[in-house]
Design a binder for this molecule. Structure first.
Ligand SMILES: Nc1ncnc2c1ncn2[C@@H]1O[C@H](COP(=O)(O)OP(=O)(O)OP(=O)(O)O)[C@@H](O)[C@H]1O
Length: 244
């Protein structure tokens, strides 16, 4: 059964030029007739992809190839400029941990909100909250606003919430361990558990040996395009041949 399907997915993103947007300069250049539209870059280029239930897929490629962007499009964090994305089942995205937190709201309310967005009921989330806080070792902060946490504590909370759910599809970006050394060990163990229990996994990594050993299929991305997809072993080989 197909759980993910991408047809002709392309994504244009603004280049650095637009990050340094300056209203005064823009108005001036308009008045002087020198205005030109900020350039956009094609970061995903006609991606066709199907993922079947139970497949563990490793995504590889150079820095900036579009790997993280592809995961974000699959999780619905980014909307493609063209093409369609279909997903069947709930996805646990372990990418950009904590990006969705509301910093003024308490830890408790943030946990409940996260769960509701993942499709759980409020009642279910209230039941899950104690174990989520316990794993994050943040029980004492339950009623504090998220902004009262250190960045390491916030990463622990985000990791704990994101991995407490039982996802049909697990989407992982490279960063596998968070927090200090002791917590990193604990989070690594949890990832291993999830890896063994989740049926469908999409995993971005530069760890080519891990991809070869732990994934069945591979996708090699380069400048937003799929250069090769096949068995994990073949994909890693093709990539290594190309990079010399
Ligand atoms: N927030 C953003 N706004 C605009 N462009 C972005 C943004 N984030 C990434 N990009 C661009 O999108 C392209 C793909 O980036 P992406 O992060 O998906 O690459 P990646 O393959 O995951 O790289 P890495 O291995 O370095 O993590 C790059 O050209 C990058 O500059």
């Amino acid at each position: 059964m197909e759980v993910i399907r991408l047809d002709g997915v392309s994504l244009l993103r603004r280049t650095q030029e637009e990050f340094t947007y300056d209203l005064k300069k823009t108005v001036l250049s308009l008045v002087q007739g020198k205005y030109r539209k900020p350039a956009k870059k094609l970061v995903l280029d006609h991606i066709d992809l199907t993922v079947k239930q139970g497949e563990k897929i490793g995504i590889i490629g150079a820095n900036g190839a579009g790997k993280s962007t592809l995961l974000k499009v699959i999780c619905g964090i980014l909307e493609p400029t063209n093409g369609s994305v279909q997903v069947h089942g709930n996805i646990a995205p372990l990418i950009e941990l904590g990006a969705g937190f509301n910093s003024d709201m308490s830890l408790l309310n943030n946990i409940i909100l996260y769960g509701v967005l993942m499709g759980y009921s409020k009642a279910e989330m209230r039941e899950r909250t104690p174990s989520i806080l316990e794993f994050a070792e943040l029980e004492d902060y339950a009623h504090a606003p998220v902004k009262a946490l250190s960045s390491g504590m916030m990463a622990r909370l985000a990791f704990s919430v994101a991995t407490d759910v039982e996802p049909d599809i697990l989407v992982l970006d490279e960063v596998l361990s968070v927090g200090d050394a002791r917590f990193a060990k604990k989070s690594q163990q949890r990832i291993e558990q999830l890896w063994n229990h989740s049926s469908t996994i999409l995993f971005v990594s530069h760890g080519l040996n891990f991809i070869k050993d732990s994934c069945e299929k591979g996708i090699w991305l380069d400048r937003g395009r799929i250069m090769y997809s096949g068995s994990a072993e073949e994909t890693v080989e093709k990539y290594l041949q190309a990079v010399g």
